[in-house]
Write a protein that binds this ligand. Sequence first.
Ligand code: V91
Length: 211
Amino acid sequence: MSSASKRLKGVSVARPIYYGSIAYPLNGKKVSDADHTHRWTVMLKGLNNEDLSYYIKKVVFKLHETYPNPLRTVEQPPFEISETGWGEFEITIKIYFHTMTMEKPVQLYHHLRLHPYEDDLNGQPWPKDKPVMSMTYDELVFNEPTETLYQAFSDHNALALNLPNKKSIKDSTTPLFSAQLEQEEIERLDSAQREINIQIAALKQKLAAYD
Ligand code: V91
């Protein structure tokens, strides 16, 4: 089997993303004949502005069906759509990966937000010209990626985020194995086993209540 279709058993790669909207009140500024009150942008972004185009082929934003051409396809970053309107509605964000990744498209949902829910953090009313932002942090998880996709992530240094942080990296003088490290591991496993036993007991009790 070629590396293009061979999947890496037991391997998962998670890529951090965020998606959502930012909306600006028009405050009477005329942008069209329609009585649109806001200009907004819905977007999909990589964390720390990571360029997503090396594994994402296109993003399709599905707007409310009353918009002209409600299916908006973006084939290059920035993966975003700007529009004007007067109301809040659900936007579907469908992510297509490059064909060579062998990954199915992923759908995300975002509720477009135009209006502030509350006063700001200082208890002041939201200023009339202040944009309203609604963002969701998420991760795209690739279970058993193809070797090709895994290679693309490592070429982009994207796998570094999955490595232990600097604080936990041991220097060359730290032994990899020792009786003490073994004892610590046994204690962690013991503690996890006790916690699981507690959870099993609780679930058994709950189940008994149904009998
Ligand atoms: C809501 C359609 C500008 C209903 C109550 C909206 C579409 C659907 C909306 C919009 C719901 C688009 C055009 C030509 C004319 C609470 N626009 N749904 N109008 N939220 O803003 O607002 S709003 S294109």
